[in-house]
Design a protein around this ligand. Structure first.
Ligand code: CA
Ligand code: CA
Length: 354
């Protein structure tokens, strides 16, 4: 998983000429001990039911479409295709995608499930998001829609729930575990993490959207330990634990993932951002009208609306660190910077735009 950030730095020697304008790219963020086991982007096409490639850890478990199809409506309009479970097929419950009995998804002590969902109708009953759970003693895991924290269930107000069949038995968190999702004909990013090494507060629910960062909504408890090996298939919008039940989500889903390990909020935010159009890079900045009077230095620069400009300084380019002077909110107009403590004979300034 990569998280790229960009900042543009303009450096000026005051008083005098602009020395440099440098584009600095910071590098990848490691997911640490987490491993992406399975991922379907559904980007093979914007329609049709060709298999979904699995870009998770090998061996690949391609997603076979059963009754489901693709749609060209995706989070932020960024990726090519999403999976559509609204199609008119009979019987109604046969609308899902499965990856077979992928052994890499069995016996997980810790895991993280993520998905984008877009509800086209009220997600009623025990509709499934992602599952790999068998019947009987319910080995494996199932991530379901559920009642919301408050009020009646609707596409704009529903909850989520996790069921785990593990070495300590079949456990689940309480109905309506205080998660509230509004995916009423809009794309919402959802995630749940499970830590089977712990007994309490070990299930965390997260949500975000096209415009909202990922936040943790609630922690619940499931004391089930490591998931039990099962022959059940990995399923999107279905479960092998109730193979004749109608468990198709009334809507669309995109970029579904299973990780081993527990992703934190920052890592989940990086997952969310991978499905959104990258924001435009900051514009280059020139430092204007530099002046010095005694120990006071002033200069201006053309700011950029919607960005923050952090002004930093050094007495010598050989100094190990830049020191923060002030941070200004961009307006699009020229902004004035005043440094009242420029005591050294020479002082260098730069502006980092984020
Ligand atoms: Ca997609
Ligand atoms: Ca198996």
């Amino acid at each position: 998983m990569k998280l790229s950030t960009k900042k543009l730095i303009s450096t000026a020697f005051v008083p005098g000429a602009v020395l440099a304008a440098t584009l600095v790219m910071s590098g990848a963020r490691s997911a640490g001990a987490q491993t992406l086991l399975l991922r379907y982007t559904f980007d093979e096409s914007d329609s049709g039911s060709a298999e979904a490639a699995d870009s998770g850890a090998p061996p690949a478990a391609a997603g076979v479409f059963v009754g489901a199809s693709r749609i060209g409506n995706t989070p932020g309009g960024h990726s090519k295709g999403a999976v559509d479970f609204m199609g008119a097929v009979s019987p109604d419950n046969l609308k899902y995608v499965h990856g077979g009995d992928a052994a890499k998804l069995d016996g997980l002590e810790t895991f993280t499930l993520t998905a984008w969902i877009n509800a086209q109708d009220t997600p009623s009953g025990n509709r499934r998001i992602l599952a790999k759970q068998g019947a009987g003693s319910f080995p494996g895991f199932s991530w379901n829609v559920n009642d919301p924290a408050e009020g009646g269930r609707s596409a704009s107000n529903f909850g989520l729930r996790l069921f785990v069949g593990g070495e300590k038995g079949f456990q689940h968190d309480l109905s309506g575990p205080r998660v509230t999702i509004d995916a009423d004909k809009k794309w919402v990013f959802i995630a749940v993490t499970y830590d089977g090494r712990l007994e309490t507060d070990n299930v965390l629910y997260y949500s975000g959207s096209v415009t909202e960062v990922v936040t943790n909504q609630v922690a619940t408890s499931i004391n089930a330990g490591k998931t039990t090996e099962t022959e059940a298939r990995f399923t999107v919008s279905h479960t092998d634990a109730a193979i004749t039940a109608n468990t198709a989500l009334q809507g669309w889903m995109d970029d579904v993932r299973v990780y081993s390990g527990v992703l934190n909020a920052a890592q989940l935010e990086a997952v969310r951002l991978e499905n959104l159009p990258p924001s435009a890079p900051p514009k280059a900045i020139s430092i204007l009208n530099p002046k010095r009077s005694g120990t006071t230095v002033t200069f201006e620069f053309q700011s950029e609306a919607g960005r923050n400009h952090q002004v930093e300084f050094k007495a010598s380019l050989g100094d190990p660190t830049w020191q923060a002077l002030t941070t200004l909110t961009g307006t699009g107009a020229n902004l004035l910077v005043t440094d009242n403590n420029a005591a050294s004979a020479t002082r260098f300034y730069r502006i980092a735009t984020r």
